[in-house]
Write a protein that binds this ligand. Structure first.
Ligand code: ADP
Ligand code: 5GP
Length: 192
């Protein structure tokens, strides 16, 4: 079985539990590899360059835009760029692993347009906007201003869930982990 060219795209409003679910999936011993995005935002908490993100200055990020180095990029929040580098896609593809993307909703749908049937899009849905806010506050990594920015964006993002191939509701975490695992195992087993 070769899984070269296979792509899993996870999108959700910030705070839905996307990172929690992806981290669980990456620990299952499946041939999955996380696509490390580039961002111009500052590292948060314990984040390390080259692990969660490639941290760039805004100037460095813009230079790579001019050089056409991105598969897709966006100013996800005002003043903060995020993007997927072609070099990252090639790196993972060359190892024969399934690429796992953690991108915002617009980015996820853009990647699907590029990779088409090679990609499965999965929307992680929070139980409500209020719960999303509670989770972001509970995570304790963002200022209230940043949290409100994320919550405001979430309402628009939730409307796009219907454009995704699969929806995993993250209310009860154990159930969401199990559902996500089922989706991923199903996807991998259908790959030629
Ligand atoms: P995202 O990557 O989508 O921004 P995270 O995975 O960082 O979200 O989750 C946001 C916060 O919510 C974290 O503190 C996480 O531990 C918590 N969390 C995740 N899933 C659940 C859940 N089902 N119930 C309660 N808290 C959750
Ligand atoms: P955070 O700042 O919480 O790490 O991420 C904020 C948002 O940016 C999340 O929704 C995350 O999925 C998204 N994101 C991370 N990397 C990329 C990327 O390469 N492209 C796009 N479009 N969004 C990204």
């Amino acid at each position: 079985m070769s899984t070269t060219g296979s792509i899993l795209i996870f999108s959700a409003p910030s705070g839905s539990g996307k990172s929690t679910i992806i981290n669980h999936l990456l620990e299952l011993g499946l041939p999955l590899e996380f696509s490390i995005s580039a961002t111009s935002r500052k590292p948060r908490g314990e984040e390390q360059d080259g692990k969660e993100y490639y941290f760039l200055t805004t100037e460095e990020f813009r230079k790579r835009i001019d050089e056409d180095k991105f598969v897709e990029y966006e100013e996800v929040y005002s003043g903060c760029y995020y993007g997927t580098l072609w070099s990252e896609v090639e790196r993972i593809k060359n190892k024969g692993n399934v690429i796992v993307f953690d991108v915002d909703v617009v980015g996820g749908l853009n990647l699907k347009k590029i990779f088409k049937d090679d990609a499965l899009t999965i929307f992680i849905q929070p139980p409500s906007i209020e719960e999303l806010r509670r989770r972001l506050i509970g995570r304790g990594t963002d200022s209230m201003e940043k949290i409100e920015q994320r919550v405001a964006k979430a309402a628009i993002e939730l409307e796009k869930s219907k454009d995704f191939d699969r929806i995993v509701v993250n209310d009860d975490l154990q159930k969401a982990l199990k559902d996500a695992e089922e989706v991923v195992r199903g996807f991998i087993s259908t790959e030629k």
